[in-house]
Design a protein around this ligand. Structure first.
Ligand code: NAD
Length: 312
């Protein structure tokens, strides 16, 4: 069954991720039902949506029960805590009460849908749709099924996510942490290693990413950057530099322990860098800048024109 133009959707859990998903769906014009086991949390989420100062929050309907949430929905985005047993229970409840045509998607950061949906009667409509925090600002969503998810569920999920303005990326198979968090923590692991080894301080490491690597990665990704690092592209870059690149990769640090003293040292460095600016203001600034960068990229689609052969 195809996704309708403005599908009715449900969001379960109204914490950091749930409330942001509500903003995504409401902004796209979807009537959005919302449920949280803790009513105070749902009230705070509604206040947060109102503070976004977009009229769309009126599309969000707080619900007192799962049964109310699922009424007439085509798609449900589960955003409960990251605990396997809890997600298994939630999906079992949803499998019983949700319309049979509704897709049941989980925001899980790490679990395999094969494990979440193993005991269900209708596992074919269950899928992982892992967002990037916060999804109303950052569009990419990692989409992958479990071993019983139907191809139709994957296609419908990608269609719906694209229709509400997100960028679904389909993964071929499960890996703990999917792609985004594996890449993120590969870099964080090395950053902590360099800090502990005394190679550079917190400010220097953040500056290297902020004013260096991050600028290129935001446009091209790691393979795309490798392709522009050499006149012969990635073949020349990897092929011509294989020895030192392999040697360097062999010298990357092992997984460091995150002692409280280390976290405190990082926290103090970041507090000094932020000065008197509240952390919430930094987060707001980050979100506004990300949206500005996205607008800029959308108005200069160089990669797209390159693929279409319009640039030399
Ligand atoms: P959170 O703790 O902020 O919110 C979880 C919400 O679920 C709370 O409001 C809680 O009251 C509610 N809840 C608990 N049990 C419930 C139940 N049985 N039924 C309904 N609601 C229930 O967590 P979060 O950071 O929003 O994460 C939610 C999910 O999204 C997790 O699976 C997490 O791994 C994933 N995720 C988080 C991030 C992130 O950066 N925070 C990013 C991507 C994905």
């Amino acid at each position: 069954m195809a996704v309708t133009a403005s599908p009715r959707v449900g969001v379960i859990g109204s914490g950091v991720i749930g409330r942001s998903w509500m903003a995504v769906f409401a902004r796209a014009g979807c009537t959005t039902t919302a449920f949280d086991a803790e009513t105070g949390q749902l009230t705070r989420a509604m206040q947060w949506l109102q503070a976004l100062r977009t009229p769309e929050w009126e599309q969000v309907q707080p619900c007192a029960s799962l049964a109310q949430l699922v009424d007439g929905v085509e798609y449900i985005q589960e955003c409960g805590p990251e605990q396997l047993e809890l997600k298994q229970r939630l999906f079992a409840d949803l499998d019983r009460v949700a319309p049979h045509s509704a897709i049941l998607a989980s925001s899980t950061s790490a679990y395999d849908m094969s494990d979440i949906a193993r005991q269900l009667r209708h596992p074919g409509r269950c899928i992982v749709a892992h967002p990037t925090n916060p999804p109303h600002v950052i569009p990419v969503v990692e989409v992958l099924g479990g071993d019983q998810t139907s191809p139709e569920t994957i296609a419908r999920t990608c269609g719906l996510l694209a229709a509400v303005g997100q960028t679904p990326v389909t993964l071929k198979k499960h890996a703990h942490g999917f792609v985004l968090n594996r890449l993120q923590f590969a870099l964080v692991r090395e950053a902590v290693h360099l800090l502990k080894a005394g190679v550079a301080d917190v400010e220097a490491i953040d500056t290297v990413v902020r004013e260096g690597l991050g600028l290129r990665w935001a446009l091209l990704g790691p393979f795309g950057v490798a392709d522009t690092n050499n006149d012969q592209g990635v073949r020349g870059y990897f092929g011509g530099h294989e020895t030192w690149i392999t040697d360097l990769m062999n010298q990357l640090g092992p997984t460091p322990t995150l002692e409280p003293e280390l976290t405190e040292l990082i926290g103090q460095a970041l507090d000094r860098a932020r000065g008197t600016v509240p952390r919430a203001d930094v987060r707001d600034w980050r979100d506004r800048m990300v949206l500005a960068i996205r607008r800029l990229k959308a108005s200069h689609p160089v990669g797209q024109r390159q693929r279409e052969g319009q640039l030399p």
